[in-house]
Design a protein around this ligand. Structure first.
Ligand code: SF4
Ligand code: SF4
Ligand code: FES
Length: 526
């Protein structure tokens, strides 16, 4: 692989790479605002200026102070080049930290801050803002401008999800390019010139569609803020955990940002993975963290004479009592396309090995509008992983209802809340001998449960989702499950104990061994 030298360090590059991209691949950041690895090059912020040493250097005429003559004299200085636009050339020497380059970066930074408001104490970007970062690393000087800054529109509603602040904008055009190049919707543009520049929404339009929140994510400063996250948390209190989106079968890699003091998730943002989601996520995926907290099942519940809420461990005892004596041939085991492979494999094995079940079904949401950008038409994260637990041999919930109607099924053990059918359609399950549901959230399935046992959600456990391409992707626990609540696979181990039946699974490794015997799950790139 050809190489060039950046500040004395050898940098390999691929043909077609720019200097900034080759450096970025090596984990070296050349200061930049407008460049983004997933977007075309605009080269408009000039923050990435570097000095390139060449045989015939490009020089600019300048004036230098000559103390002896006590006047300015003509001189040359290197003409700096934007690293985001300059191609990497084998053998060349590049300096991003030379006095000339550092001086230029510092002045570009000062220029960008000339009219910038001192909003940091109330700006959602504070703590992860490139203006703050580069002020510290590349400028560090006090404001010299003493005149009134140019004022521009603030708190402009761009649409349902995004608010714009013209005074904070550095006009990098990343938001425009994202909407044009990735979302394929030219809904944003720039108007006016010079320091009157501002980003605007096409007349008669709103910033809308499935990818609006990404504009906030690519904005390097606090000019675009998400209405969902605005004023909710300061980022320095948040911790990030690597996870996988539960919104659909694409399985975009993400970070879940949570406040450990409150055990609460505050936002989801994309985690780069070229093979799955590149740098992007859709709005529904980024907002899917709400499910972790909304409609959460925090206690068990029972009906059939003992209507009401019970502690999780009591619900488990009642579940064991309800399942005792059910003939294996008459028991329906319902897997969940919303739950992890660990939960589904444990349930399938529990059904077979502990209860002698032969009938398996899969509960899943009924699909949504997919596209050719990221969104898969299957809005379940783990249909493939759940089906793998029963070698693909699972009926649908409609099949289950038929089997209930012809009395082939007299009890149900189900995982999760999600089905395409509403509780009305599931009403026949209410009349069975037992409908035991293990779920983290309320939904149609939990509404018809005779015994509901709370279990951990995907954010409260380590697990695996298998996406539509068959890629097994592991995710890690983000927050703690509420007291007394465990992942479904662990809950099933306790249930087997209560039923006094042997169950070969006693730890997560026992389930994982059966999940992907041939191939280890792909740990997503960060
Ligand atoms: S709003 Fe943000 S992303 Fe858009 S041009 Fe301004 S600074 Fe760049
Ligand atoms: S495309 Fe699917 S997996 Fe990706 S962010 Fe959206 S919902 Fe989540
Ligand atoms: S990052 Fe190179 S000009 Fe903006």
């Amino acid at each position: 692989m050809p190489t060039f030298k950046l500040d004395g360090r050898e940098i390999p590059f691929e043909p077609g790479d720019t200097i900034i991209r080759a450096a970025w691949r090596q984990g070296i950041e050349i200061p930049h605002y407008c460049w983004h690895p997933g977007l075309t090059i605009a080269a408009n912020c000039r923050m990435c200026l570097v000095e390139i040493k060449a045989e015939r250097p490009m020089l600019m005429p300048t004036l230098k102070w000559d103390a002896a003559l006590n006047e300015f004299v003509p001189a040359d200085k290197p003409k700096l080049t934007p690293a985001c636009q300059a191609p990497a050339v084998a053998g060349q020497e590049v300096f991003a930290k030379s006095p000339e380059a550092s001086n230029a970066q510092s002045h570009v930074q000062e220029f960008l801050l000339l009219n910038h408001p001192v909003d940091c104490p109330i700006c959602d970007q504070a703590g992860e803002c490139k203006l703050q970062d580069y002020w510290l690393t590349n400028q560090g000087t006090k404001k010299r401008k003493r005149t009134e800054p140019v004022h521009k529109p603030k708190a402009v509603r761009f649409g349902e999800t995004i608010v714009y602040d013209g005074e904070r904008c550095v006009m990098c055009t990343r938001c425009i390019r994202f909407m044009d190049e990735v979302a394929h919707d030219h809904v944003l543009d720039m108007r006016e010139r010079g320091n009157r520049n501002e980003i605007t929404v096409s007349p008669g339009r709103e910033l809308e569609g499935h990818y609006t929140l990404m504009t906030e994510h690519v904005c390097p400063v606090g000019a675009l803020t998400s209405r969902d996250f605005r004023f909710k948390a300061r980022v320095w209190f948040l911790r990030a955990q690597k996870s996988v989106c539960s919104g659909c079968a694409t399985g975009c890699n993400d970070y879940m940002d949570f406040d450990p003091r409150q055990n609460r998730v505050y936002r989801i943002r994309p985690r780069d993975n070229e093979a799955v989601n590149k740098f992007w996520m859709c709005d529904d995926g980024m907002l899917s963290y709400h499910r972790v907290h909304e409609n959460r099942v925090l206690s068990g519940s029972v009906r059939n004479g003992q209507e009401g809420k019970v502690a999780p461990e009591q619900a488990l005892s009642l579940a064991a009592a309800a399942l005792k004596g059910v003939a294996g041939g008459k028991l329906a085991v319902v897997l969940s396309a919303q739950h992890s492979s660990e939960d589904n494999h444990a349930l399938a094995r529990f059904g077979r090995e502990v209860l002698g079940a032969e009938r398996f079904y899969l509960a899943a949401l009924g699909g949504w509008d997919g596209d050719d950008i990221l969104r898969h038409s299957d809005n379940n994260p783990n249909r493939a992983g759940a089906l793998a637990a029963v070698d693909g041999k699972a009926g649908t919930v409609a099949d289950l209802l038929k089997d209930v109607a012809d009395r082939s099924v007299e009890a149900v053990l189900a995982l999760g809340w999600a089905t395409a059918e509403d509780a009305g359609k599931l009403a026949p399950l209410r009349s069975l001998k037992a409908t035991v549901v293990l779920s983290s959230n309320t939904g149609p399935l939990t509404e018809v449960a005779s015994v509901l046992v709370p279990v951990a959600s995907f954010a409260e456990m380590d697990g695996t989702f298998v996406n539509a391409k068959g890629m097994a992707q592991r995710f890690s626990r983000v927050i703690h499950a509420p007291a007394g609540i465990w992942p479904a696979w662990e809950t099933l181990i306790a249930l087997a104990r209560l039923l006094d039946k042997p169950f070969a699974i006693s730890q997560i490794g026992d389930v994982r061994n059966t999940i992907i015997p041939a191939e280890a799950p792909a740990e997503a790139q960060s």
